[in-house]
Design a protein around this ligand. Sequence first.
Ligand code: AGP
Length: 611
Amino acid sequence: MCGIVGAVAGRNVQGILLEGLKRLEYRGYDSAGMAVLGESGSLDRRRAVGKVAALAERLEQMALPGSVGIAHTRWATHGKPSEENAHPHQSAGRLAVVHNGIIENFETLKADLQASGYVFESQTDTEVIAHLLDRESQAQGDLMAAVQRVLARLDGAYALGVVHAAEPDVVIGARKGSPLVVGVGIEEAFLASDPLALLQVTDRFIYLQEGDVVRLTRGGVIEIVDAEGRSVEREIQTFEHGDGAANKGNYRHFMLKEIHEQPAVIAQTLEGRLTDRGVLVKSFGVEAEALFSQARQIHIIACGTSYHAGMVARYWLERYAGIPTQVEVASEYRYRRVVVPEGTLFVTLSQSGETADTLAALRFAKGSGYLGSLAICNVPGSSLVRESDLTLMTHAGPEIGVASTKAFTTQLTALMLFTLALGRQRGIDDGQQADIVAALRGLPALVTRVLALDPEIERLSVDFAEKHHALFLGRGAHFPIALEGALKLKEISYIHAEAYPAGELKHGPLALVDSEMPVISVAPNDELLDKLKSNLQEVRARGGELYVFGDEQVAIEPEEGIKVLHLPHVDEALAPILYTLPLQLLSYHVAVLKGTDVDQPRNLAKSVTVE
Ligand code: AGP
């Protein structure tokens, strides 16, 4: 999704802004731009369609000297990707605006501005903000006051950065519905939609809250006004993950690096949360004990990969904790009439903590009679974390690849902790609990062993590079893993992939199976294995080529048309985590063979902060 960078520094900011944009590339975008206030009082702008590199080329030809500026990567919503639609948008050549989010009432505002004589150059909703600000800044008050008056007229979601030639030492920022952080430098201040964009200049951040407006002035002065217009102080937090997260190290892609980080980040997610035989319920927050003991039902809401994690959790929560659980995608949940039985705990799952639909679902749930809310999230200080009653952080560290990998397996790890925490209160068998705890402790080592199978998985990937379709099968808690495998393949290799519970095959999708349709199956050693084997025979009998990821203790042998890769034996409860890994690696290698943009696949954004 769109990215914002802003700076008020004691030096030229072009390099800082450009580096910030490069670091935001992972969010997904289609054009980029920058506006800088020059020493002579001019406001200059460069924009380019395509990658940040295209903007960098423009800047090489015509630099933007100056120490105050804003920059943006745009992910098109209103109007196609083009130079006119790229941000920053200007008004009267004296002010510039960058914006993430969507202004829902922009058509009404546009008509009003056109009637006052403003001429629009783009099809974007953002341009109305620039012209409204121009009109307001000609009235009384300073730029901050003008921004506040404009914000009062906007419906929708935004994070904004504004500069004005009349106030050459100032950048104004504002947030409502889209994330924005202030980077605190030494006599310098910065603005960005993600701390990663600014790690080259600072590791100290203020996470702005909903409705905040901030003025950054030369010398590093930071003034914040909240949604009620009161001056407020916000805590400065130190970014803990270091700048290493923002580079690929020895890996060709962030996605591969993040796949290989999984043993470490799963261990981090478990650290300090397991006791000898169970889970430290306080890890979820001080009120967790009370809320969990009252919980009679769970509603889990999430999007995309996080939704798949929720689907796995449903199997776990019902099986091990005996608690009825529903899982739903946030974009559906937020717009329907939901029946909330007494004692229902509302749970959101999100890597970013800023996904617009998930956040809207949480806000909707707040007035719907839930017992309370729990967020399982990867980004400290994110909106979801701040607005939930309880939180459990997944310690995956920054995830840069658009395709979610380590965020998913750490979510599953956290969800197993949640299952055990609820299970303890609902009478989970002591022996079973102790077995799962022991298996969790051994999980990072097993993950390392599966990752060592990478060369074999890379060999398998060759069979897929020329295919146009693929079918993923799984049963029970492995059906969501099949869904996740299909999502990974389609999002980074652009191969059409579907996933089915294997038992559904003969109810329709079997008609698709022929030698051109590879069928991938996850076959752990569980009570459904024999049934799954029969389903695989149905595929083989129709000439389908099978790729089976199975347990080393299970006798699925390779034969003509069936390739088998054996995974180390794992406790049945944790098998969904382990069986995710070969599917991640398979998609990765297929995408590399196809030459796609693995870390930033077309049309997709990392953090979907608009509806
Ligand atoms: C998956 O690879 C995608 N990145 C996407 O489906 C993602 O999981 C979804 O947009 C939800 O994001 P969140 O976890 O940050 O809320």
